[in-house]
Write a protein that binds this ligand. Sequence first.
Ligand code: PLP
Length: 436
Amino acid sequence: MPDPRRATPRTDQVLADDRLREATGRLGADLVKQSVTRALERCRTGEVAPADVADVAVATLPASATELRRVVNATGVVVHTNLGRAPLSSAAVHALAAAAGSTDIELDLDTGRRGRRGRSALSALSRAVPEAEATHVVNNGAAALALVACALASGREVVVARGELVEIGDGFRIPELLESVGARLREVGTTNRVRLADYAEAVDDHTAFVLKVHPSNFVVRGFTSTVPVKELAELPVPVVADIGSGLLRPHPRLPDEPSAAGTLAAGAALVTASGDKLLGGPQCGLLLGRAALVERLRRHPVARALRVDKLTLAALEATLTGPPAPVVRALEASAAELLSRAERITAALVDVGAETVLSEAAVGGGGAPEVTLPSAAVALPPGLARPLRLGDPAVVGRVEHGRLLLDLVAVPPEEDELLVHAVRRQAGPTQGSPCT
Ligand SMILES: *Cc1c(COP(=O)(O)O)cnc(C)c1O
């Protein structure tokens, strides 16, 4: 047996391979070198033949220069915060690529002078919600609310119902966010009930605005009462409504989710929302409402610290003007359609023990905590959960009653084939085919 260590090629010899030279231009020298180094280590241990080192290095190159991995969302949760919330539409992805280089984000190409930053995204938002006199976009929903509190309520009071002091997630709480920018909270009502009179009594010269927060991730039931925006709008101060989900218009499947248009029509002075929940766009915070207030927000020094980049503006515009985003399509998918897709996938995977099952999917971090979406899933042995998560693309399902369910509600139909291949790759060798 020849000593594998002696026969191991040198790093520069391997790097001279045309495919690796090309990859260096695409991925950068460091990532290519790491791949070569790993292949050489396996050659030294005798696991890889010296002649195969370059092939192995090429085969183990990362797909892109980010460690972020593409994931097929088979969790049955349409807006999954841990998976980056809304997947972008292909129109938005194209817009991102177009804006990625130098772009006229803040230049009027006609006059050659400075132009209003993001004007086309803002006008797309205004066209989508004509009820808003003006619009502005910041980094996320929390930033939108922070900017409103900072610009309008620093050193002043925000009147808010006790039942609407919401924790958004990961320990972040809206009341603490408001206080952190210098607003004082004036809490009214009790956990379960609040009346218009409670608000009216609390409103005085110190009041900056009344805040209405949509309970987007919980439900209070029983002996409860809240005051709708329409009634709050009778008070002599502006009403700011944090609607959370970013629905622009009412959605028939989500009757309890407030929309920006409906909330403004009811009399809110300002609406804040996220862009990457039910709107299905990039992470951003939408601000819509009265022109004078939006202008105050836009000119506040903090606005600059919350400014969104050209990529976000491009993706937002394309989400608003392009074909329905994946989140919107997922909310519209019929149970029958999902079932027939599940059956087709199952048919391709019967030999690995796949079965079609009915499932109940959820909207997720985007809102509508009580809504279940009738869906269909491909059930597989639970042992596949981890290998599928570690594959490329990763496939993330959910384990329920001892089975791995790949729920199709949030999987775009174009990814069905990908799903079949991913399962085949992981299941093939361990399960064997029926004829062996
Ligand atoms: C999601 C949500 C937020 C926070 O928005 P981000 O975009 O995550 O910053 C604030 N308020 C409500 C009601 C929400 O649902």
